[in-house]
Design a protein around this ligand. Structure first.
Ligand code: ATP
Length: 342
């Protein structure tokens, strides 16, 4: 097995961030590759003390290592996430939503959705404008390049995993904007004729996912649709707190240049420092990172270890268990070690 060193930018955060960081360090130490972390302090205190230079140090490091883990940060003034998106040109977000046995949900079906979302444009970059007293307008932007990046990412993911791609929009009504998106999806699909592609209207897709989620694997959508769908899918799998995402920037050939992985949850100040937070989301983010750097063998063993540990009921208290953060992390590591043993 390779013993090469993998350099990773670690963008440290607030609240439960240090406990999540410790969990990552414990898992990293048990992996059969050497991870070297370039730690950049993005806690609120550091950002307030150092201003732009803390943010610049993070972006510079990511541009060197090309891969980062980001911990939750408090937003006051400049939003680190917005700065990262803009400075690093992250144009695609990949957010898996997968049922984990042991996490109770009102929804009884198994969900295995891989949401690939154009992360720029839509209406989110225009604050809108009042027209007199009785109306307001906002501009909705759909650009070819991020659509192409997202489509290439989605079809590549589907090709590697043997999944189908469903693109969804309101192309029958938003004929020009959503029409452009769907036509770019078709162009990219032409390069992946062996991957099944289906097209749905977004509102119908929401109903169909609830009726038969097993029909859908990779779902490819524009920015707002992806925002709504990601939260709905988190709700279906029973937890907003166990999701992780990947944020990607691309070159002109649709190859990923920069990747950053982060947990869906926030800084959880109410439980910070108590050794009770659930580190699953940051560890799932680390698993996605391992997949991305060409070690899906390690990513899948880490993921399986997390899922199986939760399945045994050995969990933190947010999932009705009684383990501390460190105990849960040790349980995951024990399981992972046995999977890695020759
Ligand atoms: P922020 O402003 O950073 O979003 P928040 O407290 O408003 O912080 P979250 O951090 O998402 O939002 O927390 C929402 C609730 O979920 C809190 O009660 C928190 O304790 C809980 N929570 C969030 N993350 C975790 C976690 N990793 N483990 C256990 N509970 C968590």
């Amino acid at each position: 097995m390779s013993t090469s060193t993998l350099r990773i930018t670690e963008l440290l955060g607030d609240g439960i961030g240090p406990e999540l960081e410790a969990a990552v360090a414990t898992v990293a130490a048990a992996l059969p590759i050497k991870l070297e972390f370039d730690k950049i302090d993005w806690s609120l205190a550091a950002r307030e003390a150092q201003g732009e230079s803390a943010l610049n140090a993070g972006v510079d490091s990511l541009q060197r290592t090309r891969v980062a883990l980001k911990y939750p940060t408090v937003t006051r003034g400049l939003s680190p996430n917005a700065i990262l998106r803009r400075r690093c040109d992250f144009s695609v977000i990949y957010r898996p939503a997968i049922s984990i046995p042991g996490i109770s949900s009102n929804f009884k079906e198994n969900v295995n959705l891989h949401i690939v979302r154009v992360a720029t444009g839509g209406t989110y970059e225009d604050p809108g404008q009042l027209i007199g007293h009785h109306a307001a307008v906002s501009l909705r932007l759909v650009e070819r390049d991020p659509c192409e990046h997202a489509a290439a990412f989605a079809f590549e993911l589907a090709r590697r995993s043997g999944w189908s791609v469903t693109s969804a929009s309101k192309h029958t009504i938003q004929k020009v904007t959503d029409g452009l998106f769907e036509s770019v999806v078709d162009e990219v699909h032409d390069r992946y004729p062996f991957v099944e592609h289906r097209r749905e209207l977004f509102d119908a897709l929401l109903a169909k996912i609830i009726i038969s989620p097993q029909q859908y694997q990779v779902v490819l959508v524009l920015n707002e649709y992806g925002d709504f769908l990601s939260d709905m899918a988190s709700g279906l799998v029973g937890s907003l707190g166990t999701g992780a995402s990947g944020n990607f920037a691309f070159d002109d050939d649709n190859s990923v240049t920069l990747a950053m992985f982060d947990p869906a949850g926030g800084t959880a100040p109410d439980i910070a420092g108590k050794n009770v937070c659930n580190p699953s989301a940051i560890l799932l983010a680390l698993g996605m990172l391992l997949d991305h750097v060409g070690r899906p063998d390690l990513g899948s063993r880490l993921r399986d270890s997390i899922v199986e540990t939760i399945g045994t009921g050995a969990t933190t208290r947010d999932l009705q268990g009684s383990l501390s953060t460190t105990q849960f992390t040790s349980a995951v590591v024990d399981r992972m070690r046995s999977k890695l043993a020759p």
